[in-house]
Design a protein around this ligand. Sequence first.
Ligand code: PGA
Length: 252
Amino acid sequence: MRKKIVAGNWKMNMDYNEGISLAKSINDELHSTPLSGKEVILCTPFIHLQGVSSLLSSKGLSSGAQNCNDHKSGAYTGEISATMIKSTGASYVIIGHSERRTIYKEDDSLLSSKTIEALRNELKVIFCCGEVLAEREQKIHFDVVKKQLESGIFGLTEEDFANIVIAYEPVWAIGTGVTATPDQAQEMHKYIRSLVEKRYGKECADDTTILYGGSCKASNANELFANPDVDGGLIGGASLVKDEFINIIKAL
Ligand code: PGA
C-alpha cells in the first residue's frame, strides 16, 4: 500500500544541540498526536544522525541522511558510506537532491551507483528529480524528469524499486518561496506515476510514494497534499521550525 510521508531535509543547518532539541520536540509532539499509518522522516546532517536516531521513539518517526558515498569503504577522505549511515540506526537517505546535482556536480551515473550502494545496505532511498526554470520555460520539464528517473532508478529490479520514494522538486521552487501550483505538482506527479507504471507495472506504480518538494509550508501543504498523486512532501526550510513542520504533518 502507498505510504504517505513527510520528510524534513535539514540541509546544513543547526549545530548538534539544536538538532537534538528539535528532534526531541518533534518526537514528543508525535507521541501525543500519533501518526496513524503515516511516516515522518528527519533527514539530518551526518553528525546528528546517531543522536537523533537513538532518541526517536514515536511510531512512524525515523531518521535519514542527505547523501552517501557510492563506495563501500576505503580511501575517500571526508566521505560517509551507506554502511556507516545504516549503523547509526537511520533508515533513509536522500539521493540526487538538486543541490548535490548542481553544486557538487553529481551526475546520473554517480547517483545510480549511490542508490545501489544505499539499497545494498538496506537503506530506503528518497530519490529526487526536478527541472530548472529554463527547462520548464522551454517545455522540456517532462523529458528532463524522465531522463533523471531512467538513468537514476529505472535500472533497479522491482524488488529494489519497492524501497524507493520519489521526490519531485522543481528546482525553481526550492528555497525560493515560489511553490509549484497544486495543478503543476499533480500534473508532474501523475506523469511520474505513469512512467513507473510503464517500467514496473500498475501495482508497483500504485504503491510508489511520490513526494513534492519546493517551498512547501504549513500554509500551502493542504492544497498540495490534496492531489491524488501527491503523497506528501520533502520539506527544507519549514522543517527547521517545529510548529511549522508539525502543521505540515497534520496537513497530511
Ligand atoms: P525548501 O527545500 O522547502 O526550503 O524549498 C526543499 C528541499 O530542498 O528539499
